[in-house]
Design a protein around this ligand. Structure first.
Ligand code: SF4
Length: 440
């Protein structure tokens, strides 16, 4: 009998969430891997419930849910983002019977979503083996074993380990005699947008970033031809009406641009597909040159986000030296010269970094206003295992055993930044007024 595996992307449990072209890329990769074996795949994406807005990005369906005790001090409503529990139960029943469940996890502080999904699987399908992977499982394996309810917590990238995880439960994957072409977005009944991952890893080692932990410190990338094939297949062959918006999720998309993004974009320009591109992950300003900016304009990039984080030179240097103010000024000038508007260029600025005064954030805001770009304030949230995390543990701000719920960006800034909360609120309102209406 063919093995039947149910793949699940669980709910988001948070104070705020907005879908910027996200899909569970790790889980879709698992699907792609498994599709070369004699396996029947079933799929539930609990977050697949968005009202599409501009360029397909949009708001998740939400439900207010009780706040966990540990978050009671945070004066915000806690929500479940995604499909209703009734709908989840309906989809699980429709998939039954299955031999095993493979569940992914994204933000560590969304683990209540994992717990809730595992709990419902247990109620509906009994003690079927549940294998948990993804970011939370990789960063917090011990917590995952104790708290998620899963039977097996899979740490790190897919290669090799998945067969081992299944073998633990007595399952052996059999290769298909013929490789059957399979497209991973076929798991969705309709898909107007797609995330793209052309590379993994990053040459920098920023103090607050999980990239190294998740990529194992290696930089890998796909060939330009593979990426072009994916873009084209999604456009022509995807289910529903075909993909029109693509979001690059690489950590270092522009690194070694001459050998990577430039050939990709030239190929896309030559193909002449009427599609749009977005970079919700901040780009490295220092790798933007005239040709990159021109190619991005030619290939219809509509959302260009750059990472600055802070304008303080010492902090830029201390945290990883990925960017300077003049790198950013130069990149913005190049984008402008190629015709990008204020609405299309946005820059991330962080607040709540250890030791960062609010006045430093204010300076960053003024700097970005002078460049006439959109400003995206991002709350610092510590990632376990990073240099910033270790410093916070060393100076006694947090304990290494901190509940992942407290690393939520909303919570961490609220509880640990030491900022005057009214001052933070007025800063946010100021940025909102400067940015103008939200476009995506
Ligand atoms: S440059 Fe970006 S992706 Fe790379 S380590 Fe720094 S924050 Fe992470």
């Amino acid at each position: 009998m063919r093995l039947r595996i149910l793949l699940i992307n669980p709910w988001i449990y948070d104070f705020a969430a907005f879908n910027l072209w996200a899909k569970p890329l790790g889980l879709l990769r698992v699907a792609e891997y498994l599709s070369s074996f004699d396996v029947e795949l079933l799929f539930i994406d609990c977050t697949d419930s968005c009202t599409a807005g501009r360029f397909g990005a949009g708001k998740y369906r939400t439900e207010d849910i009780p706040k966990p005790d540990i978050l009671q001090a945070v004066p915000r409503r806690f929500k479940r983002y995604g499909i209703g529990t009734d709908e989840f139960a309906r989809q699980v029943r429709a998939a039954m019977p299955f031999d095993a469940v493979m569940m992914t996890s994204v933000m560590s502080y969304w683990y209540p979503g994992v717990q809730a999904a595992v709990e419902m699987i247990r109620e509906l399908a009994g003690d079927v083996p549940v294998i948990l992977g993804g970011i939370y499982a990789t960063l917090y394996p011990e917590h995952g074993i104790k708290a998620s309810g899963a039977d097996f917590v899979f740490r790190g990238p897919l290669a090799g380990g998945l067969n081992f995880a299944l073998a633990t439960f007595g399952f052996k994957l059999k290769r298909k005699r013929e490789e059957i072409p399979y497209y991973r977005l076929n798991l969705y009944s309709d898909c107007r947008f797609a995330p793209l991952l052309t590379s993994t890893g990053c040459p920098f080692r920023c103090a607050y970033c999980a990239s190294e932990l998740l990529s194992g410190g290696k930089c890998c990338r796909r060939t330009p031809d593979e990426v072009l094939k994916e873009v084209s297949e999604l456009y022509y062959q995807s289910v529903g009406q075909g993909v029109r918006d693509y979001a690059f999720y690489d950590d270092a998309l522009l690194y070694d641009a001459d050998n990577h993004i430039k050939p990709i974009l030239r190929g896309i320009a030559d193909a002449g597909l009427p599609v749009r591109f977005h970079t919700p992950n901040g780009l490295h300003a220092r790798f933007v040159d005239e040709e990159v900016a021109r190619l991005m304009q030619r290939t219809n990039f509509k959302t260009v986000r750059l990472s600055l984080e802070t304008t303080d030179g010492d902090r830029q240097e201390d945290t990883g030296a990925k960017v300077t103010n003049s790198d950013l000024e130069k990149a913005v000038a190049l984008f402008r010269r190629c015709g990008f508007t204020k609405n299309e260029i946005g820059v991330y600025l962080m607040y709540g970094l250890p030791g960062q005064e609010l006045s430093e954030v204010m300076e960053g805001i003024e700097f970005l206003k002078a460049l006439a770009v959109k400003i995206y304030l991002a709350e610092f949230s510590p990632v376990r295992g990073t240099r910033a995390w270790n410093e916070l543990v060393r100076d006694g701000t947090i304990d290494d055993a901190l509940d992942p719920l407290l690393t939520n960006n909303t919570v961490f800034a609220f509880l640990y930044s030491g900022y005057d909360l009214q001052a933070v609120q007025s800063l946010k309102l100021q940025v909102k007024a400067y940015n103008g209406p939200r476009l995506s």
